[in-house]
Design a protein around this ligand. Sequence first.
Ligand SMILES: [Zn+2]
Ligand SMILES: [Zn+2]
Length: 766
Amino acid sequence: MVTHAHSDHTGALPVVHEAYPEVPIYLTPPTQELVSILQRDALKLMDREGDVPLYNERQVESMIEMFRPVHHGDRIQVGDIEIVYLPASHILGASMVYFGTPAGNVMFTGDYSVDAQRTVPALDRPALPVDLLVTETTYGNRMHADRRTSENLLVSRVAQVVEAGGRVLIPAFAIGRAQEVLLILKQALRNKKIPECPIFVDGMVRSVCGVYSHHARYVSRSLLRDSQRSGHPFFTGTITAVGNAQERKDVLSAGACVIVASSGMLSGGPSAFYAGEMAPVATDAILITGYQDEESPGRALLNLAEETGSRPLRLGDKVVDVRCAFETYSLSAHADRMQMVGLIEAMRPRTVVLVHGDMPAKTMLADSLGCNDIVYGEEGVRITRRYARRRHSVLERSAEDEPITPEAAAALIGPSTGEPLRAAKLAEAWFGKRVAAFRQERFVQQLEQTGLVRRDDHRRGILWAQTKAAMPADPSPEDLLLAEALKVENPKGKLLEWCMRRRLERPEMREQPEDTGWHVVEMELEVDGERVSSGPQRAYTKKVAEQLAAKVLLDSLSSQEQILEATAVDETRQAVLEQQNPKGKLLEFCAQRKLPTPQFEVVAVVGGFRCVANIGLNGGTLETQPFQATRAKVAEQAAAAELYEQLRSSKTQRPSRKAAQSAPPAAGASPVARGPKRPDARMQLNEWRQTKHLVSFGYDLVDHQGPSHQPIFVMTAWAELPGGDRCTAGPVTAGSKKEAQMAAADALRTVLEADASFTGLWSKPS
Ligand SMILES: [Zn+2]
Ligand SMILES: [Zn+2]
C-alpha cells in the first residue's frame, strides 16, 4: 500500500518489489503516474552520476507492472481485511489508508495536510471508526505561520529582487511544492504583484506539472478551472520549461528572472547547478520553501545566516562563497501540531502510533493528546492490540450502501443553479433519514465518483454540481473580474481598429460548441502573409471568449512589432509638439540649406502609429529612432523634432553623429571590459558598425515554432568583420522576435569579444 509519491515514501519501492515480486502494489492513479516518472528519472540520475545503481530498469518496469490503481473511496478486500483509500490532502493523489479488520480498525495517515492548498483541496475528516491510528508527526512541535502571510512575504521578496535586476532561485520538491510555488507566482504576475519577468521551470518539476491535467478528480476546483481557462495548469507565456544544459546557461544570462527547480534541498539536480552559479552573486537570492534535511546543502545554506565573514557552501563537489541573499518561507504541506490534535481527537482512536517525525516533534504531540495508549513508532517495534467491536464497523454493510447509480445521482442533483449543495442535505434526501457521518461520507464519495459533483476546496461539506449548465451559471469571482477588465480594455475593438488602419481583412472568428455551455472562440488573422492565431479561448459567455481571443491575438501581434523599441510620445510632449510644429521648422531648415527633403516612414502598430524620420547626407543616411503616438501626425512631429535637433547641433553633419554621442569603445580600450550594467547587445553591435569595427551585422530567423499565442522563435546573429571574416552566434530561442534578437545579439557580442582578430582592432589607431 503506497500513500503518496514523495520519495521518502517510495524511493526504495523497486527494492521492496524485488523482494516480493508477486505482491500487488496499491496506489491512486495520480500516485501511480508520479511514481513512474520519479523512478524512471532516478534511473537516469544513477546512470549519469556513475553511482553503483541500487536497482535497474528491468526492476522498475516490472514494479510498474504490479501497480494496481485504486481511487479514493474504492474498497479492496484482502482475506478478511477490507481496505479503503481516503484523501489526505498533502499532495496530488496522497492518501490515508484504512484497514477494517476483525481485530479492530487501523488508520494509517501517511503524510497529510489540513488546509486547502492551491493544487489540492482541504482534508476531508475521515468519518470512520478508528481503533489504532498511525500518524505522521513531521510538525508535531510547530505552529505554521499563516499561509497567506507567508505567500505574500515570498511574493514581495521576489518582486524586490527582480526589480533590482537580480535573479531568484526557488529550490522546490518536484512534486507538490514546486507546483504550489508556480501557482503563487502565476497569480502574482496576473495581479501585477511582481514585475513582468521570465519564470523558468527546471528539473523533474517539468514532467510532474503535466500529471495534474490528467487527474481532474484529485486537483482543487480552483486549479481545474484555471487550467480549463488557460490551457495548462502551470505554464503560460512567461512561465516556461527549461529543456537542456544549453538553455540552462541561457537562463542564467537572461537577466532578472525567477527559477523554480528541483531538488528542493539543493542536494542535486538543476537547483544545485543554479545555486552554484547564483550563490556568489550579491544581487541574486535563493528562497527556500520547504523542509531541509540536517545533512542537506539547503540546511547548510540556512545555517550560514549566523556566519560573519566568508560563507563557504559545498554543493556536490564544488565549494562556493555565498554572497547572495537567502531566506526561508513556510509553505508547508503538513499539518501543524494544533491541526493534528484536532484531527486525532475527532477520530478518538484507542491507540496512537507516532511515526515520520523527529523526537521533539513526537514528544510534543504525545503530550498534547488525550489518548492513554501512545506508542513511539520505531524501526523493529512490534505492536499487538485487539479491540472489542464498536457499534459501527466499516464491515457492516446494508443494501443502502450499494453505490448510487450515475442516473440516480444525476436525478438527485438536478441541473445546476449555481448554488452550492449541502452534503448532509443530499444524504438525508437519499436515505430518507439522517445517517451516521461515515455513511454520509461514503455517499458523498460515491457522488464524487460519478463526476457530477465536486467538493468545495475549503468547506468540504459543500458540494458544487458539475451537471450540464453548471459552468455558465457558475463563473468564479475571478472569471467575473476578468470579464470586467476585458470590457474596460475592449481588446476586440482595438484589434478591429488596428485591422482597419493596416487595411487588413477583419480577423476570422471560429466558435466551437462545448457540452458545458461555455464558449470557445478562436481568432485568426493574416498579417504580411503570415497567419497569426489566438488559439482556442474559453469563457462563460461568447462575448468574453471573443475579447479573450482578441487580447491574446493583440498581445502576440504587439510582441512581434516591438522588435524596434519606440519612444512613446506622452500627452505633455504631444501638446508641446503641436504648438511648436518642428516638422515645419525642419522642412524650412532643409530648404534653406539646400539639403534633401527628409522622409517620414509611418507604420500603423497596435495602439497607434510609429514614425522614423531620415535624411540622406554625404552618401549616408541620418535616421532617428522610432517614435510612437496615438496619432500619425504626432509621431511624425516627434521624429521631426529629433531630426531637426540632430541636424542643427551637428557641425559636421556626418551620419555617424549618433554613434559618437553614445560613447563607443575608445581607441585602446578593450571592448571586453565590463561595466556593472551592460548596454543592450543590439545597441552595442550598432555602435561597432558605426565606428566601423564591423562592416555589417544582422539576424536570421531560423525557425518559428509553437502555437501563435505562445510562439518560439529560433534566431541566429551574424557579423561581417573588416578583414572579410564572418562570425555567427546562436541559435537561441525566445518567446518573441525581440527577445530572440536580444539573446542572439548577446551571444554574438560574447563571441566577438572572445575573438582576437576582432578585439585586436581596438589596439590599432583608428
Ligand atoms: Zn510527503
Ligand atoms: Zn513524508
